[in-house]
Ligand binder design. Structure first.
Ligand SMILES: [Zn+2]
Length: 49
């Protein structure tokens, strides 16, 4: 997980989150399952926001 412009990015799938907890959950999920969890990615934001 890396922090960029106050956003937290999942290095596995590239989704951006405002909250560290979601980025961490996403990273853990992505590494473990090699897929995305819709309940987690629902909290992701678009880079343009
Ligand atoms: Zn992810």
């Amino acid at each position: 997980m890396s922090k960029t412009n106050e956003l937290y990015k999942c290095p596995e799938c590239g989704f951006l989150y405002r909250e560290e907890q979601w980025a961490k959950k996403c990273e853990d999920w992505c590494k473990k399952y090699k897929s995305c969890n819709l309940e987690i990615t629902a909290h992701a934001i678009k880079e343009s926001e």
